[in-house]
Design a protein around this ligand. Structure first.
Ligand code: ATP
Ligand code: MG
Length: 240
């Protein structure tokens, strides 16, 4: 299988404070990988650096054989590496469908956008029901759906999701997880950060445990340790 993403010796931080201390991760075409680890240990920082929102101090990011280290976020999205946006203030006065349509602005997203809109509506029937509603009036869970829907409208070759179900009710969490599973089944390569390791193991081919700005361990689904062992790895002595 061909290598889609190669991150080597990535170091990044904020001002003079280093957060990532030499990260190596990779993803092959057609793969889904999961990232998990304690709060504040650099998962979001890693994703933001890959997406071009944060400039690394050293290291290299290759996407489909192309060096994208330090490239602009817009160029990275145009190449097909798309991180779904987070946050409650993202959407404005536009309608749900209009917001989805406008997400398909890059040349590679323009082709076939109507079919992709149908796919998004199939994935998230709630967005189809609310197509004329103003995006900013959606509930938190619906906004999360719209955010993933917008990312799908970019025709991603790699989709990045940072804790997509954070703070949602169990029911909405379930709906979103099902939709993310469908996206993976379509063969869209994924990087997903979640705290729920069981969900990640069901979804992903491999997991990385990110601790203190480093990859502390890599878990292959084919010979994954059982859940308790992963929890022990994660929490160490605290698990007992
Ligand atoms: N904009 C910022 N400016 C300064 N420091 C930051 C900024 N964003 C994050 N940090 C710091 O970088 C470190 C890593 O944060 P990061 O958000 O990457 O962790 P995380 O693993 O995603 O955590 P969580 O599981 O809580 O989402 C933390 O110490 C955090 O305080
Ligand atoms: Mg985070």
């Amino acid at each position: 299988m061909s290598r889609l993403l190669d991150v080597t010796d990535l170091r990044a931080g904020y001002g003079t404070v280093p957060v990532l201390h030499g990260i190596d991760i990779h993803l092959d075409a057609g793969e889904a990988i999961g990232l998990f680890g304690p709060n504040g240990h650099g998962k979001t920082t890693l994703l933001h650096t890959i997406s071009g929102l944060l400039r690394p101090s050293t290291g290299k990011i290759s996407f489909d054989g192309q060096d994208i280290t330090g490239a602009k976020p817009s160029a990275i999205v145009a190449a097909g590496l798309v991180q779904a946006q987070q946050g409650n203030t993202l959407f404005g006065d536009m309608g749900v469908e209009e917001t989805l349509e406008l997400s398909a602005f890059s040349p590679r997203a323009r082709d076939g956008w109507k079919q992709r809109l149908e796919e998004v509506h199939t994935l998230f029937p709630r967005l189809a029901e609310r197509r004329r509603q103003r995006a900013k009036t959606l509930s938190g869970g619906e906004r999360q759906m719209l955010s993933i829907g917008c990312a799908m409208m970019c025709n991603p070759r790699l989709l990045i999701l940072d804790e997509p179900t954070l703070g949602l009710s169990p029911r909405l969490k379930g709906e979103l997880r099902e939709a993310i599973g469908e996206i993976a089944k379509k063969g869209v390569p994924l990087i997903v950060v979640e705290q729920d390791v069981e969900f990640l193991l069901a979804l992903s081919d491999r997991l990385y445990l990110v601790e203190q700005g480093e990859v502390a361990s890599e878990i292959d689904k084919a010979n994954a340790p059982d859940h308790q062992e992963i929890m022990d790895m994660y929490f160490g002595e605290q698990a007992h």
